[in-house]
Design a protein around this ligand. Structure first.
Ligand code: NAP
Ligand code: MG
Length: 397
């Protein structure tokens, strides 16, 4: 008897990860679960055919069903426009879905004893949450010829406010940043709720000693929401929230053993998430979850569509692309569906699937990217399908 489930949104994608998507379903899911999904084809050709409407519909489905799982997708650029003969340079699906759900992205590495993090002390995962709105990513900039005076001007409905920025004697540059209280509040709630769900401490870092009003507002919004909405639940779970300066946070992260959620401002998260994922060993072992303040979840791998491998695949070569993060996207979504519905069998299957993957790697069976990171004996490098079959064997055992 296959396990039954309520529906989740399934967002298919592009290139090598699209190939792997189907293999995972065929080998690891269909045999055990009566997969119940609302399917959206976010492959670039179909996004183009629908005028990207399919992406909006998929976001709506995640909101309605509360859980989604997404394959990596191409974010078109000029070269892709040519390659796929696109009608338009469609926006990144991830950006569209993130905006529609007002969501925060949490990235967590998958740890195995075979791959040693570059930082010796890290024995537990570090989840990094990046505020994905505003600051330098929505800035306006100018070059000024000088001399002259730059001012910050706010023209409100009830009057104006202005402040001098700088009196230029010669040429220079200017940048105007903004953020919104409601966006910071959503971010804070997503972070508190996510840390609570994982049962891990939450850290938040900024630079409010220098940026007393801008970063100071981030800090005070986090503190206010924590006190009003989350302190009691955190204390009950035995976890804590703490704020610290970004430079202190960086030092503490390196000295830590991991096992916490680190919330960051937009730029800090952009930079630090690349540092953290590289330091843990492999982008192919990094999962990513988009969480909305209402508690909707979209699971995916943090890596892209692995284009270079796909071109080799198209030439008929076998590839050793690592499917682990994509499998964990599925197990994350199925596990969350099970948790929300009280579907114990589904939850148990999700946990069993993850264990089968980790046991396979612990036993030394792995794709080429991991094999190159592992020292030690008894490592057997396999192609993607070989890895999936080895996981399947463990599920059957
Ligand atoms: P990528 O797909 O993450 O791949 C970059 C390189 O990292 C690969 O060439 C490969 O290195 C290695 N790699 C990544 N994932 C791997 C895996 N699962 N197994 C083995 N090796 C892996 O990034 P990209 O090449 O910069 O981007 C390709 C496309 O993905 C772009 O069109 C981009 O828009 C899109 N993208 C989508 C998302 C998303 O949907 N979330 C995220 C990022 C990028 P080697 O070639 O050295 O083996
Ligand atoms: Mg980055």
């Amino acid at each position: 008897m296959k396990i039954r489930m309520d529906p989740i949104a399934e967002l298919d994608g592009d290139e090598m990860t699209r190939v792997i998507w189907q293999q995972i379903k065929d080998l690891l899911l269909h045999p055990y679960v009566e997969l119940n999904t609302e399917y959206f084809d976010l492959g670039l050709p179909h996004r183009d055919e629908t005028g990207d409407q399919v992406t909006a519909e998929a976001a709506e489905a995640i909101r309605r069903l509360k859980v989604g799982v997404k394959c990596a997708t191409i974010t078109p650029n000029a070269q892709r426009m040519e390659e796929y003969k696109l009608h338009s340079l469609w926006k990144s699906p991830n950006a569209t879905i993130r905006a529609a759900l007002d969501g925060t992205v949490f990235r967590t590495p998958i740890l195995t004893s075979r791959i040693k993090p570059y930082v010796r002390g890290w024995t537990k995962p570090i989840t990094i949450a990046r505020h994905a709105y505003g600051d330098v990513y929505k800035a306006v900039e100018m070059k000024v010829p000088g001399p002259g005076t730059a001012e910050l001007l706010f023209r409100g409905e009830r009057g104006e406010e202005r402040q001098e920025i700088y009196r230029f004697q010669g040429p220079g540059i200017l940048q105007g940043l903004h953020n919104r209280d409601d966006s910071i509040e959503s971010f804070a709630r997503a972070c508190f709720a996510y840390a609570l769900g994982r049962g891990e401490d939450l850290w938040f870092s900024a630079k409010d000693t220098i940026s007393k009003t801008y970063d100071g507002t981030f800090r005070s919004i986090f503190q206010r929401i924590y006190e009003a909405e989350y302190r009691a639940a955190f204390e009950e779970k035995g976890i804590s929230y703490f704020y610290t300066l970004i430079d202190d946070a960086v030092a503490r992260v390196i000295r830590s053993e991991g096992g916490f959620v680190w919330a960051t401002k937009n730029y800090d998260g952009d930079v630090m998430s690349d540092m953290i994922s590289t330091a843990f060993g492999s982008l192919a072992m990094m999962t990513s979850v988009l969480v909305s303040p209402e508690g909707n979840y979209e699971f995916e791998a943090a890596h892209g569509t692995v284009t270079r491998h796909y071109y080799r695949y198209l030439k008929g070569e076998t590839t050793s692309t690592n499917p682990v993060a994509t499998i964990f996207a599925w197990s994350g979504a199925l596990g969350k569906r099970g948790e929300l519905d009280g579907n114990k069998e589904l939850r148990a299957f999700a946990a069993k699937l993850e264990k089968a993957v980790l046991d396979t790697i612990e036993a030394g069976v792995m794709t080429g990217d991991l094999a190159s990171l592992c020292a030690g004996d008894g490592i057997q490098t396999v192609d993607t399908e070989g890895f999936l079959r080895a996981v399947r064997d463990r599920l059957e055992a």
